[in-house]
Design a protein around this ligand. Structure first.
Ligand SMILES: [Ca+2]
Ligand SMILES: [Ca+2]
Ligand SMILES: [Ca+2]
Length: 156
């Protein structure tokens, strides 16, 4: 169903052009059902139209406006950013948070490198490099909040 909504949105402007006879910039439920019926492979056009309406018709006036489509687009984009941030945090914790307490200490990162990198100096260097990126308050602990700040800047 989400796919129906997204494909509807990506075609929205073209659809408005075709269906919105009075050129109000809005699509009614009937207009949408008519449009969806043109896709032979969709078995229940009314149901698909209602699903699209339930996510897009925010002010419940039984019309989808351009603004409502834009709002939905922004919401989806924000959701993608949020997922990327969460993935980034998870990736760091999976890699470095040895004792799974949701914080990454200097020793955890250092010991992580020690397992597969030869030479103490290079491990210290690599560890310090990570901390200069993430540990904003320089207390030698990377918190999930610091990770979130880092990835928020990175993805926005
Ligand atoms: Ca509306
Ligand atoms: Ca830890
Ligand atoms: Ca810190």
């Amino acid at each position: 169903m989400v796919k129906d909504i997204e494909s509807f949105i990506s075609h929205y402007e073209g659809i408005v052009w075709d269906l919105d006879k009075e050129a109000t910039g809005e699509i009614t439920l009937d207009e949408l059902v008519t449009y969806i019926k043109s896709f032979k492979e969709i078995e229940d056009p009314k149901l698909v139209a209602l699903t699209i309406f339930s996510s897009l018709d925010l002010n419940d006036d039984k019309k989808i406006s351009l603004q409502e489509v834009d709002t939905h687009k922004l919401k989806m984009e924000a959701q993608i950013v949020e997922e990327n941030i969460k993935d980034g945090i998870k990736y760091m914790l999976d890699d470095y948070d040895g004792n799974n307490d949701g914080k990454i200490t200097w020793d955890e990162v250092f010991n992580g490198f020690r397992k597969y990198v030869r030479g103490t100096e290079i491990c210290v260097y690599k560890t310090n490099k990570i901390f200069s990126n993430y540990d904003k308050n320089s207390d030698k602990v990377i918190t999930t909040e610091e990770l979130r700040n880092y990835y928020t800047k990175f993805f926005e």
